[in-house]
Write a protein that binds this ligand. Structure first.
Ligand code: MN
Length: 302
């Protein structure tokens, strides 16, 4: 299955063209991966100014190809992120953060991905992790960086709560690489620069090729071929096995939880429960984004 990205106008991101592939009508998740946004390259002058906003029940993964972003959050983290490094924010019970792309000569080109937390981990204390020690490996005409999980014998130290993997692969023009895959994982392949042929099928930039789990007992692999210099992400994991309720920046399991989280955020500066869940912090943006109105229906997990 090939999912074409759709352009998204985000009120929380100014001036950036965002291309989203997950969630999609026909595909909600790949393992615990539940949200895939690809943005840029765009001049940093119209980059990212995302004022304080909350998250619950998920992890955010920020990965840059170009540019610099400063992250601040309600547990006191202040972190610049540059290409080749990973920012992982575990929202758990609740956190708030802001993101600001720093002005400079480079473009901003990045992905932001969300990982759903399983039931036993979704209310844990919030945490933030910056990784500049990600494993790198060289295949034939291909450089790979393991962002999350294990890939071809190399394991990232990134904290995750379900069986999953995330890898960036860079192929030279003309390179052909055979990638080992796990039988029990479903996968998505997302070109960020250039396009790629995956088992002979063309996957254009910003589109997502989905591959379900395998029932075959033989070794499983994927043949990728690049006719131009290409950068792509391989995202995978065991099928999540739980229904989730994603609304705005929250991942919950019931409408009542969403209603409570929305209210606690919108009152977080004047309410003990809101402050306890989402905290507060100072940044250069000096503003926060209220949660929108809820739809006039009862939201259901799916
Ligand atoms: Mn966020």
């Amino acid at each position: 299955m090939l999912i074409e990205s759709r352009p998204v106008k985000l009120t929380t991101r100014t001036g950036i063209e965002v291309r989203r592939t997950l969630p999609h009508r026909d595909l909600k998740m790949i393992g615990a991966w539940c949200f895939v946004d690809h943005f840029g390259p765009t001049p940093q002058t119209d980059g990212m100014v995302v004022a304080a906003h909350p998250h619950t029940g998920l992890q955010t993964v920020t990965w840059l190809l170009e540019g610099v972003i400063e992250h601040r959050d309600s547990i006191g983290s202040v972190q610049r992120i540059e290409p080749g490094q990973l920012n992982l924010m575990t929202a758990g019970y609740g956190i708030s953060h802001s993101e600001l792309s720093l002005r400079g000569p480079q473009n901003l080109h990045a992905v932001q991905l969300w990982v759903a937390l399983p039931e036993e981990s979704r209310a844990i204390a919030p945490a933030f992790e910056h990784r500049d020690d990600l494993p790198k490996l060289a295949l034939n005409g291909c450089d790979a960086t393991v962002l999350i999980g294990s890939f071809m014998g190399h394991t990232a130290k990134t904290s995750v709560f379900s069986e999953m993997v995330g890898v960036e692969l860079r192929l030279q023009a003309g390179a052909t690489v055979e990638i080992a895959l796990e039988h029990e994982f479903e996968y998505g392949l997302l070109p960020l620069e250039g396009s790629i042929f995956a088992d002979g099928e063309l996957v254009p930039r910003s589109a997502l090729k989905y591959m379900p789990t395998s029932t075959n007992s033989e070794a499983r692999s994927l043949l990728v071929e690049a006719t131009e210099p290409t950068v792509f992400l391989l995202l995978g994991g065991k099928p999540f096995g739980e229904k989730i309720l994603m609304w705005w920046n929250f991942i919950a399991r019931s409408n009542a939880e969403i209603v409570e989280q929305r209210q606690q955020w919108n009152e977080h500066l004047n309410s003990e429960a809101g402050l306890a869940r989402f905290g507060k912090f100072e940044d250069q943006i000096g503003d926060w984004i209220p949660a929108p109105e809820l739809p006039n229906i009862t939201l259901a997990p799916r």
